[in-house]
Design a protein. Structure first.
Length: 371
């Protein structure tokens, strides 16, 4: 089998797996308790928080563990807005993940005003669009660091600067970026940032929200006093340790990984071209390494996905078939890809476990299906 859907999830790294085991078995103490069995888990959580904070140039006290990216996004948006009058507003973009978009739908239903910015044909949010959308009633801007369908990296530092000039907080969903490109919260000037471990070879069901010191959010989960009273629930010690271990591995090899994945991506594109296939690459050149959104002329993305699956290759699509018609994803619609290509969109996201032989094989399989 060839796994080429690393933006969906990744395998747990062997080092993360090993690091997690003691906290699931012998050292199972609840970190909040007072006896000695809790001491080691408490230290492990504290150490992991340091590693995770250092990876984005934050302080450990600015990292709050969550159940993943979805919870972190929900918390950033709702935890900010719930403090204020319902007539207040939030600005986001049309290409956000549904964790953000559907949080906005929920907030809108409660009476908050949501303004959704368009993107250009490369999938980039324009600074001028944000500038003109900022009004006195806006409290928060939430724009993702990297898009999960087309890999495009957004100009977050510039957008955050504009938000701050208007006295508005800035959140970024960095779920696809953390562990894959350098991220520095101070350079980006973000107030909040979401991340999820299973996108960088950590375990599923664990992530974090970075909250800059001085920024206030209301908790969404009430209960015990964990995470300094901000996020109740017994800590997922094994998950937290696994996340820190996997992240550390990625951070140490960031450059090498990017180089390798860029080579694989170029090879795939060259192979597809050499086979005479008519396709477009979606998104900007400034993208997450290994992330490719390809639209094949006259093809059906979902059919392509299923045929590739039968041949043993896992990819994602940018469209989904309902009973009559192919429905384009919100991202492919937003970048206004030409119709004759848009319906034939697949997302190939390569990882360090992919080889050049596998990339050749994927190109060959696509050519066999489409010719
Ligand atoms: N945000 C983005 C950009 C994502 O790609 C994902 C996962 O697909 C999420 C949020 C949700 O993260 P999680 O699966 O940890 O809830």
């Amino acid at each position: 089998m060839i796994y080429a859907d690393h933006a969906a999830t990744t395998a747990l790294s062997p080092a993360a797996y090993e690091a997690m085991l003691p906290w699931l078995q012998d050292k199972y103490g609840n970190p909040s308790t007072l006896y000695s069995l809790a001491r080691d888990p408490r230290k492990a959580v504290a150490h992991s928080r340091e590693v995770i904070a250092a990876a984005i140039n934050a302080e450990p006290s600015e990292i709050f563990f969550t159940s993943g990216g979805t919870e972190a996004d929900n918390w950033a948006l709702k935890g900010t807005m719930f403090q204020y009058d319902r007539r207040k507003g939030l600005i986001t973009s049309v290409i956000e993940h549904h964790a953000v978009l559907n949080s906005c739908v929920a907030l809108e239903r409660m009476g908050y005003a949501i303004d959704t910015l368009p993107v250009d044909q490369m999938g980039i949010v324009q600074a001028e669009a944000l500038q003109s959308a900022l009004t006195d009633d806006i409290l928060l801007v939430s724009i993702m660091l990297a898009n999960n369908e087309i890999g495009t990296i957004e100009p977050v530092a510039k957008l955050a600067e504009i938000a701050h000039q208007g006295g508005v907080l800035f959140h970024t969903d960095a779920v696809q970026a953390i562990g894959h490109i350098p991220v520095d919260v101070k350079a980006l000037q973000v107030d909040m940032l979401s991340a999820s471990a299973h996108k960088f070879n950590g375990p599923k069901g664990i992530g974090y929200l970075y909250i800059r010191k001085g920024v206030h959010l209301v908790p969404l989960l009430d209960g015990g006093g964990q995470e300094r009273g901000m996020r109740a629930g017994t800590e997922n010690v094994a998950g937290i340790v696994g996340m820190a271990t996997a992240l550390q591995e990625h951070i140490e090899h960031l450059q090498q990984e990017a180089e390798y994945l860029n080579v694989l991506s170029s090879k795939l594109i060259d192979q597809l071209k050499s086979k005479g296939l008519d396709f477009r690459m979606n998104g900007s050149h400034n993208r997450i390494p290994g992330s490719l959104s390809l639209s094949f002329k006259g093809a059906d993305g979902e059919m392509l996905l299923h045929r590739l699956d039968l041949m043993g290759t896992a990819v994602a699509t940018g469209s989904a078939c309902d009973s009559k018609d192919t429905v384009l994803s919100h991202v492919i619609q937003a970048i206004a890809a030409p119709q004759e290509y848009a319906h034939g969109t697949i997302r190939i996201t390569l990882g360090m476990d992919n080889t050049t032989e596998q990339v050749d094989m994927i190109a060959q399989q696509i050519a066999t299906i489409l010719h």
